[in-house]
Design a binder for this molecule. Structure first.
Ligand SMILES: *Cc1c(COP(=O)(O)O)cnc(C)c1O
Length: 386
């Protein structure tokens, strides 16, 4: 037998009629770029994430770049982020010619370690070459970072905070979404993310209208936005007034229409993911394996269900022979990847990140994982003695 790692088909079977109708409506309308579904989706997404505003864009990578551009982060600026993350998190920092500074994570939640963040900021200040500007916290595998602690550090140091919630959109801490603490929360609609489209997409959530306007400008070639036009008259279409150097990063109308249908069932899917996570925790209890720890007061959206095993590769091979797919996120931390190896790190290095890269293993996880398939997975793991 064989089972999928993430079963996107099960979700599609559930809402296929609605998706087909939503796509047909876009095709009939002809508004393929920035159609009304885009604004509607932005409004619904903002509501879901307890935000005043959401700005959709082409992918979750651009979503992190847009606030950096709008804040004018650039050469000589330090942006602190984990190394135990997907490449997109640090990748956007050199785009604006700023410098990523890699910080280690906590051994239980895999999220940014506030004490190590403080040490890294102090070291950068002591060295005096870079100016600390931004922290990017990642909601790795779906659970919120320690936002109260990280926000307190950012406030004390005068830093902006980005919540990279590409894996964690929908997660909460004490009932609040990451934007409660962060200046912006970003997410990705890559199909395998908890809230995925049928193609690429992303969004930035914020409570700051001025920032939203600026990011709106950067998203469409630096077009003139509200404040650029106020009190001015033009002898040409101001649409072609480019007031800054931007990019082209729009969410397709078709993807927005699809996402509206997916968002409608997302809260329920988060609950279903929790049921699956609970079954894993129960079934794997007592096995020689660590199951995930979620921060106190936190609700994970379980983008991944990650266990640890000292013979990780042996276990993965054993499961593969039984038709059970697994994945390793992430086998090579960003700070040791060739293009990133020269960037600075926190003063004590990243021993936790390096150790976790050798032991973590993600199991099949999606809202529609059946009890039978899950029992098969649990039995297979329990049956491995290697
Ligand atoms: C997927 C992901 C991104 C980037 O999203 P894309 O839509 O693929 O560009 C950024 N950060 C993290 C942590 C991710 O997992």
């Amino acid at each position: 037998m064989s089972m999928p790692f993430i079963d996107l088909a099960a979700q599609q079977r559930r809402i296929r009629d609605k998706i087909d109708a939503a796509i047909a409506k876009v095709l009939d309308s002809g508004a393929y770029v920035m159609g009304p579904q885009v604004r509607e989706f932005e409004a619904r997404l903002a509501d879901f994430g307890q935000a005043k505003l959401a700005l959709s864009c082409a992918n979750g990578t651009d979503a992190i770049a847009l606030p950096l551009m709008a804040w004018g982060v650039g050469p000589g600026d330090a942006v602190f982020c984990p190394s135990f993350t997907f490449a997109a998190t640090p990748e956007v920092v050199p785009w604006v010619e700023a410098t990523p500074v890699f910080v280690d994570v906590l051994p239980d939640t895999y999220n940014l370690d506030p004490a190590k963040l403080e040490a890294a900021i102090a070291a950068v200040k002591a060295e005096g070459k870079l100016t600390p500007k931004v922290v990017i916290a990642v909601d790795l595998f779906g659970q919120p970072a320690d936002y109260p602690a990280i926000r307190a550090i950012c406030d004390r140091e005068g830093l902006k905070l980005i919540a990279d919630s590409a894996q964690g959109f929908g997660c909460t801490l004490n009932g609040r979404h990451p934007l409660h603490w962060a200046d912006v929360a970003t997410t990705s609609f890559f199909p395998a993310k908890p809230l995925g489209a049928y193609g690429d997409g992303g969004a930035v959530l914020t409570n700051d209208q001025t920032l939203w306007d600026l990011m709106d400008s950067y998203r469409v070639h630096g077009k003139a936005v509200g404040p650029d036009l106020d009190g001015k008259t033009f002898d040409h279409d101001p649409k072609y007034l480019n007031t800054r150097i931007g990019m082209n990063s729009r969410l397709d109308t078709i993807q927005a229409a699809i996402l509206l249908e997916k968002l409608a069932i997302f809260a329920e899917e988060i609950d279903l993911r929790q049921v699956v996570a609970n079954r894993y925790a129960e079934g794997l209890k007592g096995a020689v394996i660590s199951t995930p720890t979620v921060i106190a007061g936190g609700v994970s959206v379980w983008a991944q269900y990650v266990i640890e095993h000292q013979n990780r590769d042996g276990l993965a091979a054993h499961l593969k022979t039984l038709g059970i797919p697994t994945a390793v996120y992430y086998p090579v931390p960003m700070h040791v990847q060739a293009p990133y190896a020269h960037f600075p790190r926190g003063p004590e290095g990243l021993p936790v990140t390096e150790a976790k890269a050798r032991t973590v293993l993600a199991l099949p996880m999606h809202p529609y994982l059946s009890e039978t398939d899950q029992a098969t997975i649990i039995d297979a793991i329990r049956g491995f003695n290697g």
